[in-house]
Design a protein around this ligand. Structure first.
Ligand code: NAP
Length: 247
């Protein structure tokens, strides 16, 4: 029994540790774009597979019985690749996905379906923007010259960048105290975020609510469906079931 864990999230790291503790052999796979803050438990492989057919071949060659896709809710291509590859290689697939954030009373969210719509929405809602969409997605805002952006990402964003900006290279989790101070210090009047969900980066939503700031929330893409759970414990239970069936 070997589990391939498609990672790149804190839940994936927690799940690798839990599977390892349960003596389930686990290989975590990372895209390799951002340096991990700590190596996961079990084996690690890094880099793309080369598409769904290559992933299917890799699963067969490695004798993988189960795949758990614990990638970020916006990592569309690898999730679609996992659905196709697991069907081809006849391997069980589970999706571990953190629940999305939900607006609370007092929130001034502007929900949009994608990055281009978010960029088109900025000019009418703010002029000093905290942009937290991640390094790969800043280019969608490069043509917005009516606003100044505080771009926060773990590593330097990919160009082109908006003409007026400041970079803040930082990695969560972020406390409410830190988020309050950031909004105050930079006189932020608009926040832009993906609806990533999870605790680590949720404080910006609370701090924005407290200040009455609008937040442009990019909603999740509709991913190819597979059996989905929302907690690490449920994923461990599922892997245990696959192990019993494979004996
Ligand atoms: N998108 C986000 O906002 C975001 C935020 C935080 C973390 N992440 C993490 O960063 C990674 C890349 O995100 P993305 O949005 O660029 O994904 P993506 O668009 O779905 O993936 C692009 C390509 O990168 C490779 N890849 C992605 N994740 C992989 C993994 N875990 N192991 C091996 N190869 C992987 C695959 O290459 P091949 O086709 O060659 O196999 C995939 O086709 C993901 O693992 C995700 O969990 C993403």
């Amino acid at each position: 029994m070997t589990v391939l864990l498609l990672g790149g999230t804190s839940e994936a790291r927690e799940l690798a540790a839990a599977l390892h503790d349960a003596h389930v052999p686990v290989i975590t796979s990372l895209a390799g774009r951002t340096p991990p803050d700590a190596p996961p438990a079990g084996r690690l492989r890094v880099g793309g597979f080369g598409g769904p057919e290559a992933l299917a071949e890799w699963l067969t060659a490695e004798g993988v019985n189960a795949v758990i896709d614990a990638t970020h809710p916006f990592a569309e291509r690898i999730s679609a690749s996992a659905v196709t590859a697991c069907a081809t290689a006849d391997v069980s697939l589970l999706r571990l996905e953190r629940p999305p954030w939900r607006a609370a009373p007092g929130d001034r969210w502007i929900s949009v379906p994608d990055l281009p719509t978010a960029a088109a929405t900025v000019p009418s809602h703010g002029s000093r923007v905290l942009l937290t969409t991640g390094r790969q997605d800043v280019a969608a805002f490069a043509h917005v010259d009516s606003a100044w952006f505080l771009i926060r990402s773990i590593t330097a964003p990919l160009p082109p960048l908006p003409p007026r900006h400041e970079l803040l290279l930082d990695r969560g989790p972020y406390t409410l105290q830190v988020e309050r101070a950031l909004l105050e210090q930079h006189k932020i009047d608009l926040v832009v975020t993906k609806n990533s969900g999870g605790e680590a980066t949720a404080a910006k939503l609370v701090a924005s609510r407290e200040r009455g700031l609008p937040v442009i929330v990019i909603e999740r893409p509709g991913l190819a469906r597979s059996q989905t759970v929302h907690t690490v414990a449920e994923a461990v239970e599922w892997a245990a079931g696959v192990r019993v069936r494979s004996l």
